[in-house]
Design a protein around this ligand. Sequence first.
Ligand code: GTP
Ligand code: MG
Length: 679
Amino acid sequence: MDTDMDYERPNVETIKCVVVGDNAVGKTRLICARACNTTLTQYQLLATHVPTVWAIDQYRVCQEVLERSRDVVDEVSVSLRLWDTFGDHHKDRRFAYGRSDVVVLCFSIANPNSLHHVKTMWHQEIKHFCPRTPVVLVGCQLDLRYADLEAVNRARRPLARKRPERFAKELGIPYYETSVFDQFGIKDVFDNAIRAALISRRHLQFWKSHLKKVQKPLLQAPFLPPKAPPPVIKVPECPSTGTNEAACLLDNPLCADVLFILQDQERIFAHRIYLATSSSKFYDLFLMECEETPHWSEGACEQEKQSRDFQGRPLSLDPDEEREEGTPRTPQADQWTSSSQNLSQQETPGLEAEGSAAETQTLSGWSKGFVAMHKEMQVNPISKRVGPMTVVRMDPSVQPGPFRTLLQFLYTGQLDEKERDLVGLAQIAEVLEMFDLRMMVENIMNKEAFMNQEITKAFTYRKANRIKECLSKGTFSDVTFKLDDGAISAHKPLLICSCKWMAAIEVGVYLPNINKMSMQAVLDYLYTKQLSPNLDLDPLELIALANRFCLPHLVALAEQHAVQELTRAAMSGVGIDGEVLSYLELAQFHNAHQLAAWCLHHICTNYNSVCSKFRKEIKSKSADNQEYFERHRWPPVWYLKEEDHYQRVKREREKEDIALNKHHSRRKWCFWNSSPAVA
Ligand SMILES: Nc1nc2c(ncn2[C@@H]2O[C@H](COP(=O)(O)OP(=O)(O)OP(=O)(O)O)[C@@H](O)[C@H]2O)c(=O)[nH]1
Ligand SMILES: [Mg+2]
């Protein structure tokens, strides 16, 4: 590689630029940013300081550095030779200063001491070793002035722009600020250092006509910090899937509406909604009961009647699904189907005979395992309240132990591998047509229990769909929420498992100031742990309700939904400023802190346009919010002031230049090509 090539090229000005300043002010990083275009994150920058001990001639070893050393400034081709130095005050730097064309004198904006040393040490040293060389003052690490790195800022108290600027004025040298992190000011520093060097050279080598157009070092436009990125809404992990709560509910059967009687003495309380959504058998059983005893049921079984097929057979919610998942219908199942059909066609002989809805329905002809069913007022063992309950008498062959395990499976979708009475469980699962449970038992027996996870997954998925359907139709509901614009039926056992607060609600509770759509979304969430997206849903109303019910996970989901909708609207060109302003304080009031932070960010980063359209609304915000706007608005106030100052000084300078040019052109006949002094 021929490094001396530039010296030989005509009209290429080689400029030796020496960079000096205290230790760790950022000299080497600044040189690397110019010479190699390196970029690093703020933390990488802070974590890596390798003090310069020995300045190496990078131009000899790195082709890229050599190439980037070439530049054109004010139509002059230059080759910029950068000299890095060490910051130790007592070390000898005279070799570096020798034959230098310009000195870049650095200090750190984050370290006021380094500016102090500029005056007490560096300027004097430069004047001693190269008195005629132009100097450029550079404040490095500008990003640390505005960085949100609390520790850094508090420890170092960064310098404001005014002090070094005043100081540079006193010394009569130009001043620039740089940030390697923001890639700001690097070109400004070196282009203007080159200008300073060329102007100085033009004085000495006045015959070089190609230096005629070189300007004096220019003013630096102020640094506009980048907009902060919008906060990301974090949705915490779902507090629980409800499995444990469901198991607890079976053990402590609050609001139970079914009582199983086994072997004439064993009583097990349960909940229709849990059983019906986990098993087609129970679904059909309770639906049949609903139909025959409508006055007992608070639920809307009417819709269910409409969903029967033309033969009048009650439709299981998803019999195909079960078959799809590889659970073949056993002869018993088919037998059940036909017996069920017969039952419907014959208008349930047992029931017909009974005549009264509250009387006993015989089930022995309908399915194995069941004997009879009737409605009865019963005392709940937990709440001690008396209420209507479906009493189901089971066949004496059904053993209480395995039956309880079967119920546990229906509530949770899980089966304990250590279950002792697997044979008994397999038998009862067969009799009651719980084929997924049957398969799980078989897997455990075959030492393939790991396969049960998949069955649980499919079970949970199927159950979630059935629950959603029951919610939308109100099937088996046992509570009604009366709202401002209507009523919604729901299922207390499911609600209690997701929200303890719900245990206190009464059958026909009136909830004022709540609309149906928001309540529906809350119920959907309580049933499924998901937020069903709905365009008509007012996110703030949902947030208010979720906050009222102490559901922080739902609050976060609603916040995320709100932000997604706002972002989508903004992207499609719809103005969202007014909406964001109205959301802000409501979100703060209802503990939606993430949405509030997002709104604050939106208002601050679009402050000027929001302010021009909604000045009154901005002024009506709380004092805290207004203070926040002032502190975080973008562009910041200091930037606007600096920009204003920059524009003013620039105009003044342009005027000065015009006046100076006129003056020179008048004197031309006497002293041709005279140039203004540096800075
Ligand atoms: N945030 C930030 N850090 C910087 C910047 N420039 C340099 N630094 C960091 O400041 C420290 C010192 O940088 P150097 O360039 O090695 O300092 P120096 O002046 O060459 O130090 P000596 O060689 O010891 O005289 C390092 O940790 C750099 O990563 C900047 O613009 N922003
Ligand atoms: Mg260094």
